[in-house]
Design a protein around this ligand. Structure first.
Ligand code: P6P
Length: 286
C-alpha cells in the first residue's frame, strides 16, 4: 500500500501545480452525478489516472468523474477517488481537496482498508488513515511530504459544519442544529467537504452534517469517493460516522455513484444525532 500512498504524493504535487497555473473555467459537460465540471476537474482526473494505473498493487480504479472503473490484469487494491472535490470553490480562492478510498474485493463500507485525502489550501497537507491517522505537510522546496503528527478526535468539540440546503432540512434536523448552536458551537462551513472535515479533525472535535433533505432523501455525498473514506478516517481518529441511524461503514454501495446522508464527528455530537434521528425516524419515511 505504500506504493499507492507514494503515487498520491506525486499526484498531489501535480494537481497543486495545476491549481496554481491552469484555467479555472467551466467545461460544457457534467460528471456522472450531474455536477458541472471545471477544466481542473478533467485535468486532475487525468493526473490521478496516469499515476494510479502505474501502481502494481492496484487492480482497479474508479473516479467520481467517470461512469465505470478501469481494471488491470494485476494487483489487489481497488481505489475510488474524487480527484478535485469542491472544485467550484477554486475561482473564489477557497481550499479544495482530493479524496482516495483504498478498498479490497469491492467498494462496500466493510471493504475499505485505508483512506487518503489532500487539502490544497494556504499549505498543502495530506492525511493518511491506516491503523492510525497521520498528518503530512508538503515541503514546497523538496516537493516531498513530511510527517507532522498523529490526529485524534476528543469526546466533544466546539465547531459545526451544517451542510445541505437549509430550506430543505427536516424540522427535527433543524431543531438539532439550532440546539447545538445554542450550546455554543461555532459555524464552520465552506462548502468544501475536504477542508470542512479537515478543520474538525485538526481542531480535535465537532460535527459535520450532510443530511437527508425533503428533496434528496439519500443526501448528496457519494459513498465510494467521499463518505466511506472520511468515515474510515474519523473512526480511526477516535470519532464516529453515521447515516443518522448506523455506522456508515456497515453500508453497501448500490452502484458506483450511490449517495447517503452522512454525519462525521466526535462521540458526543454523533450520539446527539443518533438520538434525534431515532426519535424522528418515521418522518423520514415520507
Ligand atoms: P452544498 C462539493 O460540491 C461537495 O460535493 C462537497 O465537497 C461539499 O461538502 C458539498 O458538495 C457542499 O454541498 O449543497 O452545501 O453546496
Amino acid at each position: 500500500m505504500t506504493d499507492i500512498i507514494k503515487a498520491i504524493e506525486n499526484i498531489a504535487v501535480e494537481i497543486y501545480e495545476a491549481i496554481k497555473t491552469k484555467d479555472t473555467g467551466k467545461v460544457d459537460s457534467c460528471n456522472v452525478s450531474g455536477d458541472v465540471q471545471v477544466k481542473l476537474d478533467v485535468i486532475s482526473d487525468e493526473i490521478v489516472e496516469k499515476h494510479l494505473l502505474k501502481v502494481k498493487s492496484i487492480k482497479e480504479i474508479i473516479s467520481e468523474e467517470k461512469e465505470t472503473p478501469i481494471t488491470k490484469e494485476e494487483g489487489e487494491y481497488f481505489v475510488a477517488y474524487d480527484p478535485l472535490d469542491g472544485s467550484s470553490l477554486i475561482d473564489v480562492d477557497l481550499s479544495v481537496g482530493s479524496i482516495f478510498g483504498i478498498y479490497k474485493d469491492g467498494y462496500n463500507g466493510k471493504n475499505i482498508k485505508a483512506s487518503v485525502y489532500v487539502v490544497y489550501g494556504p499549505r498543502v497537507e495530506m492525511v493518511v488513515a491506516r491503523d492510525v491517522v497521520e498528518l503530512f505537510r508538503l515541503n514546497e522546496n523538496t516537493k516531498t511530504f513530511e510527517f507532522v503528527k498523529e490526529l485524534k478526535l476528543k469526546e466533544k468539540g466546539k465547531i459545526l459544519g451544517p451542510g445541505g440546503t437549509q430550506a430543505k432540512w427536516f424540522d427535527f434536523h433543524k431543531k438539532m442544529i439550532d440546539e447545538l448552536f445554542m450550546e455554543g458551537y461555532r459555524l464552520r462551513y465552506s462548502g468544501g467537504m475536504v477542508p470542512d472535515l479537515h478543520q474538525i479533525l485538526l481542531k480535535e472535535g465537532g460535527l459535520f452534517a450532510y443530511p437527508a433533505t425533503t428533496d434528496k432523501l439519500k443526501g448528496k455525498l457519494r459513498k465510494l469517493f467521499e463518505v466511506f473514506p472520511f468515515a474510515y478516517t474519523y473512526k480511526k481518529a477516535g470519532g464516529e460516522a453515521v447515516d443518522g441511524f448506523k455506522d456508515l461503514l456497515t453500508l453497501k454501495a448500490d452502484g458506483y455513484h450511490d449517495t447517503t446522508p452522512c454525519f462525521f464527528g466526535s462521540r458526543y455530537e454523533i450520539d446527539k444525532v443518533l438520538k434525534t434521528y431515532e426519535k424522528n425516524k418515521e418522518k423520514l419515511k415520507g
